[in-house]
Design a protein around this ligand. Structure first.
Ligand code: PDD
Length: 279
């Protein structure tokens, strides 16, 4: 693979970042994952806007313009002949001379990007659905900033897998926040899609926004409000969204089958119309 590091397109085996990089020492870095379908970036404007917002919240300065960033993404797609998958982009505050908590002055940010080939349109989990388990959300209180501080979601995902589930839905104060790396939705008996409103408690998913827009266009009722694991376990349908999964149905929550235990029609419809949009 050809990857991008601070201005250079190089072989992944030659790519190096210092042990004093603040991304490595403090998770002082933000990231984005943009899906690629048929060699094209999906919803990338949204991802770039969110990146700029994350940077702003952390007083991080992008070393290149958004136009240049998009050019780098497109160059990597071309160099790696990426047809379907994702592009990972990470910007850290940079490499300091030593380990110091305070933001150093006059530091050069570290920018890395790499591609990941992966089948997105055709996915077993989209057909079969996922089994999720709810666990306590132990992440920090600025989940709206997309930082690489991801140990809590790694622990959540690992716990879920070790217990035979596909993912975890995180709970705080008795309500679902989101999935370990995706936004969470349920469908009520009146066919209303319910998802948590935007706040500092969840990541403002780019796919989530696209689905809300599509839902409005296709007369799908959507309500942004809190919901409990109990309500979710008795919902008609459940599903998740993210850049690289699009929409995956959830067919079981805490061992309780959702609806008839098969992927639901609204999740399927949303996945289909999202795919129509990105193809
Ligand atoms: N994760 N919530 C969390 C906690 C996430 O990490 C993600 C994305 C989402 C969905 O956001 P979007 O639709 O913009 O991808 C929600 C990415 C894909 C990742 O970490 O790989």
């Amino acid at each position: 693979r050809i990857v991008y590091v601070n201005g250079d397109y190089i072989n992944e085996h030659d790519a190096k970042v210092s042990i004093f990089d603040r991304g490595f020492l403090f998770a002082d870095a933000v990231y984005e994952v943009t899906a690629v379908v048929n060699g094209h970036l999906i919803e990338n404007e949204g991802h770039m806007n969110r990146l700029a917002r994350s940077c702003n919240e952390l007083e991080l300065t992008l070393p290149v313009t958004i136009e240049e960033l998009t050019h780098i993404q497109q160059e990597l797609i071309r160099l790696n002949q990426l047809d379907e998958g994702g592009i990972y982009l990470q910007l850290s505050r940079g490499t300091a001379g030593d380990r110091d908590f305070a933001y150093p002055q006059n530091i050069q940010p570290t920018l890395v990007l790499f591609t990941q080939a992966r089948s997105l349109l055709d996915s077993p989990k989209a057909k079969k659905g996922m089994k999720v388990v709810t666990i306590e959300d132990i992440r920090w209180h600025r989940r709206d900033i997309k930082t690489v501080q991801l140990l809590a979601p790694c622990m959540a995902k690992q716990f879920a897998l070790s217990q035979g589930y596909d993912d975890a839905w995180l709970t705080e104060g008795g309500y679902i926040t989101e999935g370990s790396s995706n936004n969470a939705y349920i469908v009520t008996e009146h066919n209303t899609v319910v998802t948590r409103p935007l706040s500092r408690d969840i990541l403002h998913g780019i796919t989530r926004q696209a689905l809300l827009d599509l839902g409005a266009k296709h007369a799908i009722k959507i309500e942004e409000r809190l919901f409990t694991p109990e309500e979710a376990m008795h919902a008609k349908e459940a599903f998740i969204s993210s850049a690289t999964t699009f929409v995956y149905p959830v067919v079981e929550i805490n061992d309780q089958p959702i609806g008839d235990g098969k992927p639901g029609p609204i999740a399927k419809q949303l996945r289909d119309i999202y795919i129509d949009l990105v193809k």
